[in-house]
Every structure is written in structure tokens, then in C-alpha cells.
Design a protein around this ligand. Structure first.
Ligand code: Q9C
Ligand code: ZN
Length: 659
């Protein structure tokens, strides 16, 4: 008994909760396009964040502060008088007739009657959170503000930004509140766009280390030009205190960002030793963002944040910048606020590998800055760099990424991918994450999220905490690396056990997740002599796709959905479907095991032809590693299927009986 607690303590290590400040004010919703025509930077962005933080119960555990309007003298620390005059007056009646004309003179800017107040509240709110964190009244905080700020320059609004909120708060602490002892500030700008405004404001200032990672594509991605290049390192006393990491392509995800964290940002942060970190927290590099074309998961953001929490005594201020997919945005902010509340140690990187171009960029940045930050002069071991995802070129009509339904131009497109694309020509093709080139039906995930299936597990996933890693992301004891989790992180709707007349056996000699030793497979054909205990989770077909991907993919070059509605219909008669897109994965054969409450039961295992190869000795058959076998035994015992002795005997038999 008490076994549930045992399992939980392996995955989470609850620590004291930290005081996290939050600011949100509905008046920031009043900034809008003149006739409320659609714009990606709209009021729903901050609304969905606020709703999500409440419905998840997270906001109730934060310190909610009142928004404040910034004072002109503080704004004047980074903006010129003409700019302040413009933003102060633009919403007044006397500008009604010329407002649109003025907006059109700027790059990607709109104004209405609510813009002015929103801009003052956005800047003032970041100041408010930053001051409270500096004073130690809060451990950290998140200002949920709009309009965003990082593109705004000294004398001009730009890229949906009016005042540079982060730069104003940074300057405020350094120049107006010296008594608070914040002498060095690290600004981390992880918005998918380069923070051109912030870069310029602290160009010659060694008190501010500005770090930006962004899509650049050699100057063709917004805001464009050379400003975001890695050669822009600051000037005079500020030389070495400006660090740009410019992506050469879209589709970057957790693995790429974490590689940059591990090999650029974190080593430099150690050396710089900031007194505070302010994050220009745009979430337009998140999965599914319509402007960004990258694929950082909420889990990825939480790890990026977590790694920064080790600095500046955890004094972290986050200010919202971009982020235009409402679901991704809300989920990512939620993951960050949770990370701020509970600083849990988390392990390394995701199961995917960085692009080759990512290693290339990292090496260029390190070389460029090695005379300022000696730690960057060390060579990254060849072994580390060899873990990479091969690149497939995708031409896109608009490098800005806002409407790219570009053609896939395959240079090294392997045959498997081509075969799949052919029958799908009528579907929307665009850049996406898990895929280098991703072909999706326009709403596949929302379609598949309406269908429930039973995912029947016989391997380590019979242990609920292990299966949770596939849904929520994370790592349990014995696993070599964490899982990225599913896009939809909701728990299974129902869970049950069942036995099936199929043979369980162990094969292969090691796995990336568990290290040396065989892993479990189910013979795809039934045999009434056999009995395998299976744990069934009722999840959506969308989640099943995410699990299938995590079980099979060591790289991200694939297309989703892997297993769609047509597959679901076909499998009832065919009994199994080998998912060609992940044919190099060991569990790419989806097997139909019948129905429960009229819902299909699916599992994933090897193919019949693999069985022949296991029998002939072409592929090794092997006993499970200890950590892996323990996970299975625990799963069976905690699930009350077998006593400990029976479970050990059951695993023992499956690993010794010849196939
Ligand atoms: N072809 C932020 O994320 N795109 N701003 C303009 C012109 C502007 C993004 C496209 C994107 C601005 C804060
Ligand atoms: Zn952005």
C-alpha cells in the first residue's frame, strides 16, 4: 500500500512555492485596429492568458498587482520627446481624422482611441513588476501586457510596438532606483522576431547584456536587415554585451532553443552574473504560431525559463511581447508561470535533435564572442554536434512567415516522404514542427481531438507515471532523457486494465530512453495460449498521434497526422496498419485489439516481418534492463493486477521463453 505516493515522488519533487507577481488590466484590451478589423495582435491574446491562469487555478496562487501608467520621465529614459508626444496624444479626439494616416507612416503599426492608455499601462506595468522584484517583495513576476514593446525604437513605434516596455523598466531600475542594488541586467528576448529596439537602446551599455534569439534568414525575416545578425555585438564599453542568435530557417523547436541555452546563453549568464533577468517573453516561436513558423512547446519554454532561474537569485521579470496562436500562447504562459512558482530541477533536452544549421549558428556566435566571453572559446565536442536533424529545404513564398503555403522543394526529400506527399497534394502544405516538411489537413488536430480511442499499453507505459511523461512531458527515474509530451496535455478520460491473448516479449539490445537492455514488444498476432496484461488509457486520437510520434521518432522529419480518421476506419478490418512515416521506429505498427464501450482499442508494436527478424536472429532478442523491468513490475503491482512476486515471474517468463 501507499504505492501511489512512491510513484509520484519519482517524478515530482515539490518545493516551497515562490511569490510570483502578475499584472493584467482590461484597459489594455482597448488598443485595437481603427475599425476593429482582424489583426493578430488583438485583445484576445491577453484575455486568453488571463482566463487560462484562472481556470487552471494558477493565478489564485500568485500576487495580483494593479497595473499603473508609466510616467513620462521614465519613458524618456529610452524614448525621445517627439515619440512620447505622439503616443501620449494619438488617441485624443483631435487626432481622429489623421490617426490612420499617421499610423500608415510607420512599419506595422495601428492606433485607435485606446492605444495611448494601453501603451502607458503596458510600460508602467513592467516597471511595477520589476520594481517589486528588485525590492524583494516578489521573487519574480509576469506582466501580461499589450501592446508589445521590443521593436519600438527611440523615436518610432514599429512592429505592433508603441513603447519599449522592457527597455523602459530596465533603464528605470538602473538609473532611477540605484538604491535597490540592481547594477547588471540580462535581457533575454525569446520572441521569434529580433528585438531591434531594445538592442539599440543598450548598444553601448555594459550594464545591460542583451540576448536575442530570432528567425533571421540572413536578413529576410521581420524586422529584417543586418541588425539581428550575430556580428552585432555592441559598441564601445558595450562591446560583447549584445548577443544575437539568428536562425537560418524556421521550424526551430525545443531542441534548437535548448542547444542555444546550453552552449551560448547559460555559459555567458554564469560569467555576467546578472542582478536581475528581464525576459522579452514573446511566444510567437511556439507551436502553431501563424507568424513564427517555429515549434517551441510549453514544456520547452518552461525548461528555458527554469535554466534561467538559477541566476540573479531567481529575480526574473517576464513581459509579454508577441505570440499569436491563442492556445499556444495561453499554454506557454501557463507553463512559465508554473515554472516561476515552483523551481523544480529538470533534466536536459527533448527527444528531438537540433538542426545542423543550429549547430552552425551556435558555433558562429561562440566564435564571434569568444574574446569577450572566454568560455565560448572552447570547442563543442564533436559527439554533441553529431546529434542533429537533417535539413530539408522548403521554399516559402514569404519569408516573413505570415502566409506561407509554399511549395515543398525537396533536395534530400527521402522516398518515404515523397510517397506520402503525392496522395496528399490537395491538402495544405506548410512548415511545421515535428516535421521538417509537414503536410496536414487544415484542421487535423481539431478533428482528431474529437475522437476517443483506447491506447492499450504493455510496456513501461503500463506504469501511469511513465505514460504521463508522454502526455505532460517530463522524465521519470531510470529514463535517460525527458519526453516532450503531447500538444494536448489533458489526462486520459478513463483508465482500465484488460488482458489480451497476445505474446509479450523483449527485444533489441538498448533503447535511447532506457539505455542498455531489451524493451517490450507485443506479437501482433493473437494466440489463445498467451496472456498479456495491458493498461488502457482513453485518450483522443490527436494525443495518440503525439504518443505514436514520441514512441517512434528520434528525429522530427515527419508528417502528421501519422494515424488519421481513415486509418482508424481501415484498421477495424485490416487489424493492423504499419505507419510508414515512422517506419524506422520500433513501434510503428498500430494494432487493433477490438472495442470497449464501442471505442476502438489500439496498441503499437513491431511488424510481423520484424517478428521473423527477431526469430532468425537478424535483430537481437534480449532481457529488459533493471530500471525498465522495475517500471513494469511497479506498474502491474500498483495497478493491482499482480502481486510483486507474480509480476516478477510474469516479466521473467516473457523475457526467457523463446519466441
Ligand atoms: N510584411 C511582435 O511580435 N510583420 N511583432 C510585418 C510585413 C510584423 C511582430 C509583415 C511582425 C511584427 C511583437
Ligand atoms: Zn514577435
Amino acid at each position: 500500500m501507499g504505492s501511489n505516493c512512491e510513484t509520484e515522488s519519482m517524478v515530482s519533487n515539490p518545493q516551497e512555492r515562490r511569490r510570483v507577481g502578475l499584472i493584467y488590466d482590461e484597459r489594455m484590451c482597448k488598443h485595437s485596429t481603427p475599425d476593429d478589423e482582424y489583426h493578430p495582435e488583438n485583445l484576445n491574446r491577453i484575455k486568453v492568458i488571463w482566463d487560462k491562469l484562472h481556470s487552471s487555478g494558477i493565478a489564485q496562487r500568485c500576487v495580483v498587482l494593479d497595473a499603473k501608467e508609466a510616467e513620462d520621465k521614465h519613458i524618456a529614459l529610452v524614448h525621445r520627446k517627439n515619440h512620447i508626444d505622439l503616443i501620449k496624444n494619438i488617441s485624443s479626439k483631435k487626432f481622429d481624422s489623421k490617426r490612420n494616416k499617421i499610423a500608415s507612416k510607420f512599419n506595422s503599426i495601428y492606433f485607435n482611441g485606446g492605444s495611448s492608455e494601453a501603451a502607458y499601462l503596458a510600460a508602467g506595468s513592467v516597471i511595477e513588476v520589476a520594481e517589486k522584484v528588485a525590492k524583494g517583495e516578489l521573487d519574480s513576476g509576469f506582466a501580461i501586457v499589450r501592446p508589445p514593446g521590443h521593436h519600438a525604437e527611440e523615436s518610432e513605434p514599429m512592429g505592433f510596438c508603441l513603447y519599449n516596455n522592457v527597455a523602459i523598466a530596465t533603464s528605470f531600475l538602473l538609473n532611477e532606483r540605484p538604491e535597490l542594488g540592481i547594477k547588471k541586467i540580462l535581457i533575454v528576448d525569446w520572441d521569434v522576431h529580433h528585438g531591434n529596439g531594445t538592442q539599440k537602446m543598450f548598444w553601448k551599455d555594459p550594464r545591460v547584456l542583451f540576448f536575442s534569439v530570432h528567425r533571421h534568414e540572413f536578413g529576410s525575416f521581420y524586422p529584417g536587415g543586418d541588425d539581428g545578425s550575430y556580428t552585432m555585438i555592441g559598441e564601445g564599453p558595450g562591446m560583447g554585451y549584445n548577443i544575437n542568435v539568428p536562425w537560418e530557417n524556421g521550424r526551430c523547436g525545443d531542441a534548437d532553443y535548448l542547444a542555444v541555452w546550453d552552449h551560448v546563453l547559460i555559459p555567458v549568464a554564469k560569467e555576467f552574473d546578472p542582478d536581475m533577468i528581464i525576459i522579452s517573453a514573446g511566444f510567437d516561436a511556439a507551436i502553431g504560431d501563424p507568424l513564427g513558423g517555429c515549434c517551441v512547446s510549453p514544456y520547452g519554454y518552461s525548461i528555458m525559463l527554469n535554466k534561467l532561474m538559477g541566476f540573479a537569485g531567481g529575480k526574473i521579470v517576464m513581459a509579454l511581447e508577441g505570440g499569436y496562436n491563442l492556445d499556444s500562447l495561453a499554454n506557454s504562459v501557463l507553463a512559465c508561470v508554473q515554472a516561476l512558482q515552483q523551481h523544480k530541477p529538470v533534466a536536459g533536452s527533448s527527444e528531438a535533435y537540433p538542426f545542423e544549421s543550429t549547430w552552425h549558428v551556435i558555433q558562429s556566435v561562440r566564435k564571434q564572442l569568444s574574446s569577450y566571453w572566454p568560455t565560448l572559446g572552447d570547442k563543442i565536442p564533436e559527439k554533441v554536434i553529431s546529434w542533429k536533424t537533417p535539413q530539408i529545404e522548403i521554399s516559402s513564398s514569404d519569408s516573413d512567415g505570415e502566409h506561407e503555403n509554399g511549395l515543398i522543394v525537396a533536395e534530400e526529400l527521402d522516398k518515404a516522404v515523397e510517397d506520402i506527399i503525392e496522395p496528399l497534394k490537395n491538402l495544405q502544405v506548410h512548415e511545421d514542427c515535428q516535421g521538417q516538411a509537414t503536410v496536414v489537413s487544415p484542421s487535423w488536430s481539431s478533428e482528431l481531438s474529437k475522437i476517443d480511442i483506447w491506447y492499450a499499453t504493455f510496456g513501461s507505459n503500463i506504469n501511469k507515471s511513465r505514460f504521463d511523461c508522454y502526455i505532460e512531458g517530463g522524465q521519470m527515474e531510470g529514463m535517460q532523457k525527458p519526453c516532450v509530451g503531447s500538444v494536448d496535455k489533458s489526462q486520459p478520460k478513463e483508465i482500465m486494465w484488460k488482458t489480451f491473448p497476445h505474446r509479450l516479449f523483449f527485444a533489441r539490445d538498448r533503447s535511447d530512453t532506457w539505455g542498455p537492455g531489451g524493451v517490450a514488444f507485443l506479437h501482433p498476432e493473437s494466440n489463445i495460449q498467451e496472456k498479456t496484461y495491458m493498461h488502457l488509457y482513453k485518450i483522443t486520437l490527436e494525443q495518440f498521434n503525439d504518443v505514436l510520434l514520441q514512441e517512434n521518432a528520434s528525429s522530427r522529419d515527419m508528417i502528421r497526422p501519422l494515424f488519421d480518421l481513415t486509418s482508424l476506419q481501415t484498421i477495424e478490418t485490416e487489424k493492423c496498419i504499419s505507419v510508414e512515416l515512422v517506419q524506422r521506429g520500433w513501434y510503428h505498427n498500430v494494432v487493433y485489439l477490438g472495442k470497449e464501450n464501442n471505442i476502438p482499442i489500439l496498441t503499437m508494436t513491431c511488424t510481423l516481418s520484424d517478428i521473423d527478424d527477431f526469430k532468425s536472429g537478424k535483430f537481437p532478442v534480449n532481457s529488459p534492463a533493471k530500471a525498465y523491468a522495475n517500471t513494469l513490475v511497479e506498474g502491474l503491482v500498483q495497478g493491482k493486477q499482480l502481486s510483486k512476486a507474480e509480476a516478477i515471474a510474469y516479466i521473467e517468463e516473457a523475457s526467457t521463453k523463446p519466441l
